[in-house]
Design a binder for this molecule. Structure first.
Ligand SMILES: [Zn+2]
Length: 296
């Protein structure tokens, strides 16, 4: 039986942790034990952001992004997932490359010229933090390309936060058909479907930013942290940092919403004095604190 985060949180407050006094007789009886070796859920009083290594893409065709190899410091791509622990719940943003790639030879996992490397699992990284899939209140994805939804099925027990346009695209666009098995379980997940920006916890600290173009319902995530300040996790609004400095983008995106989404995100970054963390940038990723460390 799945227990919602709110129920878990309440039970933690009541003392339902290993070694704590038993609950009163009228408390819910069937509380699943946490799996062995998983630490208690971290308790927070303000949002905490974890950067999780969800794989690496080896790639050497920056020309697809209208950049030359000389212009790009590193043509490979990091693949992060992010976890936000907020006093009112937990959000997983993107699920990276599939955990099932771990231990498989590289040559088996080349898709469209992208070699997929995976040495650790998302599930294991969450356990290191003290979080199980059942603890996660919300799942959101920046968009439905395969390098962002590799483990989506594992988190279909959470409430899925999705743009209407991405939901429609995921289950009807012909180019997506080969990838539907990666996220098929989301079709039956509880959902909050919206158009435009979405304030996840209702207090302005964690906001999904509608940034269509790369896909019809692409979204970035803004997190306002007490000590670190504002951070934007940009999904694939940019891939390489050099796309931003040299003002380039994939040719096919020039006629989509990407130019307008980038311009509006630049204004938002300035207005909020927020940092931009470009997910696929190995330079950005290399310098970030990875989970189980965090930003708050
Ligand atoms: Zn991507």
């Amino acid at each position: 039986m799945r227990v919602s985060f709110r129920a878990c949180f309440l039970l933690l407050v009541l003392g339902c942790v290993p070694g704590a006094p038993a609950l009163a007789a009228d408390a819910p009886a069937a509380v699943p034990a946490r799996p062995p070796g998983i630490a208690p859920l971290p308790k927070v009083t303000s949002p905490r952001l974890y950067v999780i290594d969800c794989g690496t893409l080896t790639y050497n065709r920056p020309e697809d992004y209208q950049l030359t190899r000389e212009e790009v410091a590193d043509t490979n791509m990091a693949v992060p997932c992010y976890l936000v622990i907020h006093p009112r719940g937990i959000l997983l943003f993107d699920t990276g490359l599939s955990d099932r790639l771990v231990g498989r030879p590289l040559w088996e996992n080349v898709d469209g010229g992208y070699g997929q490397l995976r040495f650790t699992t998302l599930r294991g990284a969450l356990a290191d933090i003290g979080v199980t899939p059942a603890d996660i209140t919300y799942l959101a994805i920046s968009h439905s390309h395969w390098d962002h939804v590799g483990n989506a099925n594992d988190y279909a027990g959470s409430v899925w936060l999705t743009q209407k346009a991405e939901l429609d695209f995921m289950f009807s666009d012909k180019d997506q058909l080969p990838y539907i098995p990666l996220y098929a379980a989301l079709a039956h997940a509880r959902k909050e479907v919206f158009v435009g920006d979405h304030d996840v916890f209702g207090d302005g600290t964690v906001i999904l930013k509608f940034t269509p173009g790369h896909t019809p319902g692409h979204q970035a995530l803004y997190v306002k942290l007490a000590r670190t300040g504002g951070v934007v996790l940009s999904g694939d609004l940019w891939h390489y940092a050099e796309e931003r400095t040299l003002k380039r983008m994939p040719k096919e995106e020039e006629t989509t919403g990407t130019p307008a989404s980038r311009a509006s995100m630049e204004r938002f970054l300035e207005e909020k004095h927020a940092q931009l963390w470009i997910g696929h940038s190995t330079t950005v990723f290399r310098n970030l604190v990875k989970s189980p460390g965090w930003y708050d």
